[in-house]
Design a binder for this molecule. Structure first.
Ligand SMILES: Nc1ncnc2c1ncn2[C@@H]1O[C@H](COP(=O)(O)OP(=O)(O)OP(=O)(O)O)[C@@H](O)[C@H]1O
Ligand SMILES: [Mg+2]
Length: 249
């Protein structure tokens, strides 16, 4: 299996510094020791605010990516808001050089799209790598898929933050098969997600971020899986619990 990053640990020698930052108030970060990335696809899941994006951004910046997203050639910055977590992480590398890489974040995708437009102005032909048109001229979901289909070349390290944000359920399934073909071309993915569809990718590790730390968890034992399943199995019953019995008729 291809691992560009094999292990991520919080540096014990930086503990006092971390204690002075807001990162200490995030339990999953405070309690982080070591995360082993032993599968080609690793998922980071957990409640809103549990620290997934903070962690992924820290890994991305420590690996040489732009904090707002893009390949290693992107170095724009619209707002300097990223945390210093990258300074506190120790990244153990496997295969030394990924030939390709991309950090894709739903929340700042707009800025990546603008930056691609600026680069196309400077160097015509760049759009070919992004589906043949400006990412702004495609819908959010279309541009996401165009990017992954055309710009992810394989033999790469891909860090994705909520890639499902723009995608219909059918496109999420299409993304699973894209992911699979990139894995077969020696790629490694680390993906923060809320999608029970994406998380179903076989032979992946799922790390749940919560108030007591970070825990590797089987798919069927994640809240995402069992809450979604319960809802879809018996929507009327769940709606009764959520809205009160009279409101579901
Ligand atoms: N600059 C900052 N200053 C203080 N706290 C911050 C800052 N940036 C993020 N936080 C806090 O850090 C916590 C973790 O945020 P993070 O974005 O990593 O969560 P997340 O797990 O990605 O959530 P979501 O599922 O909603 O994307 C949140 O409680 C957030 O309010
Ligand atoms: Mg997030």
């Amino acid at each position: 299996m291809t691992a560009y990053i094999r292990q991520v640990s919080l540096r014990a020698d930086k503990k006092e510094e971390i204690k002075r930052s807001y990162l200490w108030s995030i339990p999953a970060i405070r309690r982080l020791k070591t995360i082993e990335l032993s599968k080609p696809v690793t998922f980071l899941v957990g409640e809103n605010g549990s620290g997934k994006s903070t962690f992924l951004e820290g890994v991305a910046v420590a690996s040489g990516f732009n904090a707002e997203g893009g390949s290693k050639n992107f170095n724009f910055s619209s707002r300097d808001t990223h945390s210093k977590l990258h300074e506190y992480l120790r990244i153990s590398r496997g295969i030394p050089f990924a030939r390709d890489g991309f950090f894709l974040r739903a929340e700042s995708f707009y800025n990546v799209a603008s930056n691609v437009d600026e680069m196309e102005e400077a160097r015509e032909g760049l759009y070919d790598s992004y589906g043949g048109a400006s990412l702004h001229a495609q819908s959010h979901g279309e541009s996401f898929m165009a990017l992954i289909q055309n710009r992810f070349w394989g033999n790469g390290l891909y860090l994705l933050d909520e890639p499902e944000a723009a995608l219909s359920p059918a496109r999420q399934m299409a993304l699973l098969s894209l992911l699979h073909s990139l894995v077969r071309q020696n790629s490694q993915f680390i993906i923060a997600t809320h999608s029970p569809i994406l998380m179903a990718y076989p032979n992946a590790d799922i790390f749940v971020f919560d108030g007591s730390g970070v825990h590797k968890t089987p798919y069927e034992q994640t809240e995402h899986y069992f809450i979604t399943k319960r809802f879809l199995d018996q929507p009327q019953r769940m709606l009764g619990e959520l809205l009160g019995p009279d409101e579901t008729e």
